[in-house]
Design a protein around this ligand. Structure first.
Ligand SMILES: [Mg+2]
Length: 334
């Protein structure tokens, strides 16, 4: 009998022997191991939660039930909270105000955006005071100024870099200026490469699609700052001073991959885009350290995964491989 995968369970590890999995149970990034157990609440084990927003704290602008309460309890137990977003169009102040309005008190310096990560990436290549052509919105312009660059709007100013991030009023003329500057040799950096932007009307073109305009016209691909690339995670760790961060997200290919590539532990919540079966089938680079239905998963212990023969067990659920590739649940939860 097949059944829905458990809310907490192990992705079967096709090539991991029970011995090797057990030997690595509590060590290192879980590249080929099952989920890790935790005997005490994650809010006690990790000093800072690096929280994704959409699908974690809110969904399409509406608060996710229980999220604000869980975050308040995590903060009360000593865990610091930071909000890490690929959104480059809005400023940290605007995002903090939105969160506070949703019942999640947040200050601007607790919000880290891909615009800030893009500006940091530029600072690794350019001296302070350099001119930067911003193909984006207020969030990106502010981040560029914060790093000591001088934002300009035309290729005629011979910018040292072009930084592109999503903004809903992006114009052809600005794209044209960006294309001219990149063609003339400016460094090309993108805040993020999300190809689509989820909206109530469906998936609209995201920054990953928009950067293809300049990339196609010039034959030059940009450096990427946002998840799953490491710069945004590095920016979040630098700004929070986190010593043992826990990445919390709803997407395997951005939040969780970012954590894996940065060597950080992660909690996948199932309140956003990832369905339980996708989590079970995740490839090693998309595999979280912990899984929970929602942010309440920060507040309690996590049962460890045990392996008996070819069967993985966790929290009363049992999963075994039913062929070369396909996992099959062999028993329901208890
Ligand atoms: Mg998300």
């Amino acid at each position: 009998m097949t059944a829905d995968p458990p809310p907490r369970g192990a992705g079967p590890q096709q090539n991991a022997s029970p011995q090797s999995a057990a030997a690595h149970h509590d060590a290192g990034p879980p590249l080929r191991m099952p989920l890790r157990g935790a005997g005490e609440p994650l809010a006690s084990l990790y000093d800072v939660a690096l929280l994704d927003l959409d699908g974690v704290v809110y969904l399409g602008g509406a608060p996710i039930p229980g999220a604000a309460d869980a975050l308040a309890k995590a903060a009360a137990s000593g865990m610091r909270l930071a909000f890490v977003t690929n959104n480059a169009s809005r400023t940290p102040s605007a995002i903090a105000a939105q969160l506070t309005g949703l019942g999640v008190p947040a200050k601007p310096d607790e919000v880290i955006t891909s615009a800030q990560a893009a500006a940091r990436l530029a600072a690794e290549h350019l001296p302070a005071g350099s001119t930067v052509l911003v193909v984006g919105g207020m969030g990106l312009r502010l981040a560029v100024r914060e790093r000591g660059f001088r934002p300009v709007t035309t290729a005629a100013d011979k910018p040292a870099a072009v930084l592109q991030g999503y903004t809903p009023d992006l114009s052809y003329s600005l794209l044209a200026e960006g294309g001219l500057a990149v063609a003339a040799g400016a460094l090309f950096i993108a805040s993020n490469a999300d190809s689509t932007l989820p909206t109530p009307r469906g998936r609209q073109p995201g920054n990953g699609s928009l950067i293809q305009v300049i990339a196609t016209a010039t034959g030059r691909a940009p450096l990427i700052a946002g998840k799953p690339e490491p710069p945004l995670h590095a920016e979040a760790v630098a700004r929070t001073g986190a010593r043992r961060p826990l990445v919390v997200g709803d997407r395997l290919d951005t939040d969780i991959e970012s954590a894996v590539r940065s060597g950080a532990d992660s909690l996948l919540v199932l309140t956003g885009v990832t369905r339980p079966l996708e989590a079970v089938l995740a490839s090693p680079r998309h595999r979280p350290t912990y899984i929970a239905e929602g942010l309440a998963g920060l507040l309690g212990p996590h049962p460890r995964v045990t392996i008996t023969g070819g069967t993985f067990s966790c929290g009363g659920w049992h999963v075994s491989t039913g062929g070369a590739q396909c996992p099959q649940a062999v028993d329901g939860g208890t």
